[in-house]
Write a protein that binds this ligand. Structure first.
Ligand SMILES: Cc1cc2nc3c(=O)[nH]c(=O)nc-3n(C[C@H](O)[C@H](O)[C@H](O)COP(=O)(O)OP(=O)(O)OC[C@H]3O[C@@H](n4cnc5c(N)ncnc54)[C@H](O)[C@@H]3O)c2cc1C
Length: 433
């Protein structure tokens, strides 16, 4: 069966890989010149099952309005005048309740754990074949640190849900945080940490390196990558996509997977239903760490006070944060990047770094409820969505790819979906909007 995957970010590349594993003939089309050129390029690196709680929650809208005039606010709302943005914001505001937030934790968690087990299967397979993937993968957990006991207690409300799915979290005192991660010594001494939640099963790694390397493996296995080629139109006839038009040629695949990140809604218009994915801009800063410095964190950290995540990839240190619900503008505002760097150095003052900081920004493809949109759609029988991963694309990519590849194979009578897989796919269906 011939599949076209639109998009070669972490989501598209993992999908292409899984489809190839299922025995399909796969072509990936991407407008960029290489895999992982856009949002998957320099993200926070966290593979965090314990981090799947949606952003939308009680008090966020009020907080965002208060932050509206503040330049360095971690969450910013910038109205663009677009009706689609207003529509998205309306849906997002509806999700800003505790009930709505809790509702998505369990599905997200299941998908994160599926991704984790897919990751381990894949890595073992490459290892056995003598071609391991190097992406600074670390299985050392993620530690969330909180500035107040109130914030810590609120975060702990979701612990029973996480435990029910098998995700362990340990409550740590400030001193215990500094023992687990000695680089937090200064923050502990200054009394900046009220406590922490440590998820030992969480992981981290460089999504860019992983995606590029997996793309190379996929190409070696016969996946065709068409870069610098933009999909301009999906032509439908009698409830099917019959042609994929690009700025170079026309493809006539049996199935199409839309994994185009923030650009998905444009191509998704063929569905005849709004695809609620909106760009939320974030920044990261990458630094070469001085190996002689003692204050470089080893464990991946989520700093809830300064709203950044920090991961270490070998000798490289990455911090990421900021969220601007604006438009599609990808202009890099160095000041915003410096804000992330300031937050990093405030928490880790002894993290000696070398060279110039490298700033980057990307657009998270966000849905209002903080879960991706996966699977087949009602009116077009050969179109599958794999988009809207928002803050969690790296964490959820492999599980999403697995579910989609399994669904496509089942629809083509190659395999059968289990009841559990069907139930999981239903949780992420476009129908929920
Ligand atoms: C600052 C920041 C920090 C983050 N930290 C984390 C983290 O720690 N953990 C985590 O799990 N997630 C994190 N994320 C989120 C994660 O990076 C994204 O969810 C993920 O990269 C989205 O991947 P994607 O493949 O859907 O999109 P992309 O990587 O953007 O890929 C989409 C691709 O589609 C292509 N495309 C679009 N339109 C067309 C077209 N018409 N024709 C052809 N090609 C097209 C684009 O060129 C692009 O290559 C972070 C994001 C940001 C911005």
């Amino acid at each position: 069966m011939r599949a076209v995957v639109i998009g070669a970010g972490v989501v598209g590349v993992t999908t292409a890989w899984r489809l190839r594993e299922e025995g399909h003939d796969v072509t990936v089309i991407d407008a960029s010149s290489a895999a992982a050129s856009l949002t998957s390029h320099a993200n926070g690196g966290q593979l965090g099952a314990s981090e799947v709680t949606p952003w939308a929650g009680p008090g966020l809208i009020l907080q965002a309005l208060k932050w509206m005039g503040q330049y360095d606010a971690p969450f910013r709302l910038r109205l663009t005048g677009s009706v689609r943005q207003l529509r998205w914001l309306w849906k997002f505001s509806k999700r800003c309740t505790q009930e709505a937030r809790i509702e998505r934790i369990s599905p997200n968690l299941k998908l994160a754990l599926r991704s984790q087990s897919e990751m381990h299967r894949l890595l073992a397979q490459f290892e056995a074949e003598g071609s391991p993937i190097e992406f600074a993968h670390k299985r050392a957990g993620i530690l969330r640190i909180f500035p107040t006991t109130k914030a810590l207690t609120e975060a702990m409300e979701t612990m029973p849900l996480m435990e029910a799915e098998g995700v362990e979290q340990q409550r740590l005192s400030s001193a215990e945080c500094a023992v687990l991660e000695p680089a937090l010594g200064a923050a502990h001494q200054k009394g900046e940490i009220a406590g922490g939640l440590f998820a030992p099963g969480d992981e981290s790694g460089d999504a860019f390196l992983f995606t590029r390397t997996l793309a190379a493996h996929a190409a070696a296995q016969g996946v065709a990558f068409q870069f610098d080629e933009k999909v301009t139109r999906l032509e439908t006839k009698a409830g099917r996509i019959v042609k994929v038009h690009t700025d170079r040629t026309i493809y006539e695949p049996d199935v199409v997977v839309l994994a185009a990140g923030v650009a998905s809604p444009n191509l998704g218009k063929v569905i005849g239903k709004w695809l609620p994915v909106w760009p939320v801009k974030g920044y990261s800063v990458t630094l070469e760490a001085n190996p002689a410095a003692l204050g470089i964190p080893n464990v991946s950290i989520t700093d809830e006070a300064r709203r950044i995540v920090v991961s270490r990839f070998g000798t490289t240190l990455r911090a990421a944060g900021q969220a601007e619900v604006g438009g599609y503008d990808l202009t890099l505002d160095e000041k915003r990047g410096e804000g992330v760097l300031d937050a990093l150095t405030a928490t880790f003052p002894a993290a000696g770094t070398l060279g110039k900081p490298e700033y980057w920004c990307g657009l998270r493809p966000m849905t209002p409820d903080g879960s991706p949109i996966l699977g087949s759609v009602p009116k077009i029988e050969n179109l599958y969505l794999n988009t809207g991963h928002g803050t969690l694309g790296w964490t959820l990519a492999l599980g999403s790819a697995d579910l989609i590849a399994r669904e496509i194979s089942a629809d083509k009578n190659v395999t059968m979906l289990s009841a559990q897989e069907r139930a999981e796919l239903a949780e992420f269906s476009l129908n929920r909007f």
